[in-house]
Design a protein around this ligand. Structure first.
Ligand code: PEP
Length: 253
């Protein structure tokens, strides 16, 4: 059985005062040790990673980061390396988010190199893929996500070092979600692709997150779909109460 993960992507949101949300999350999160409970992760902006990691140090909440440079160090003004995030206390890095792909023209090849940079520094990579609305309307969803998965994942991975997040671009921040059948179809195809490429043991153990307008109201339905092993959450991760509402999709009842 795969241990699920609920990961919050804060994007470019959050000042120091937002640590009160993390404190609230820590104080109210369920025991993540039990196999049914999801792991809980917050990926704040870079400015907050070290402080959050310190605050969450003896708690079940894991701290991650958003994006990294491909190199360890050097003349890259304004960039942050995976090693720096590891040093700050992060345990994972989101790479290939559609906002990076769109705003910064990031290719699958670059995303793969960033995933390798995360691995080099001992961090897991949360690799994001997903189709645009035009691609979906053109019937290209499966072809697009298969190509992104193939191109964005390095060959040497394990279920510890890679997490895949399927995030339809048109569902991000819009309040719209695909149907249960659509999510099941995409996640089924991605699972098959992971098994074909990495073998049954690894392919079946890699966590496949769904992301795109997940909120407390729809989490239970989305998280119960076959091959959905958790959620990558944007807007609803900014408030501890909302994220806890999503986490509670995993509690019985
Ligand atoms: C995201 O950007 O990763 C995301 C899933 O955003 P939202 O939950 O706000 O749709």
């Amino acid at each position: 059985m795969i241990k699920p993960l609920v990961a919050g992507n804060w994007k470019m949101n959050g000042l120091k005062a937002a640590s009160s949300e993390l404190t609230q999350l820590i104080q109210n999160c369920p025991d993540t040790e039990s196999p049914e409970s999801p792991d809980i992760m917050i990926c704040p902006p870079a400015t907050l990673v070290a402080g959050f990691a310190e605050l969450a140090a003896s708690s079940p909440v894991i701290i991650g980061a958003q994006d990294c440079h491909i190199h360890e160090k050097g003349a890259h003004t304004g960039d942050i390396s995976a090693e720096m995030f590891a040093d700050a206390g992060a345990r994972a890095i989101i790479v290939g988010h559609s906002e990076r792909r769109a705003d910064h023209g990031e290719s699958n090849e670059l995303v793969k190199t960033k995933a390798l940079a995360a691995h080099r520094s001992g961090l897991a990579a949360i690799v994001c893929i997903g189709e645009t609305e035009d691609q979906r309307n053109a019937g290209k969803t499966l072809a697009v996500v298969e190509e992104q998965l193939t191109g964005s994942l390095p060959d040497e991975i394990s279920d510890e070092t890679v997490i895949v997040a399927y995030e339809p671009v048109w569902a991000i921040g819009t309040g719209r979600t695909p149907t249960v059948e659509d999510v099941a179809e995409v996640h089924g195809v991605l699972r098959e692709q992971l098994i074909n490429r990495f073998g049954a043991e690894t392919g079946n153990a890699i966590r496949l997150l769904y992301g795109g307008s997940v909120k407390p109201e729809n989490a239970r339905e989305l998280m119960s779909i076959a091959n959905v092993d958790g959620a990558l959450v944007g807007g609803a991760s900014l408030k501890a109460g909302d994220l806890l509402g999503i986490v509670s999709a995993y509690s019985p009842g």
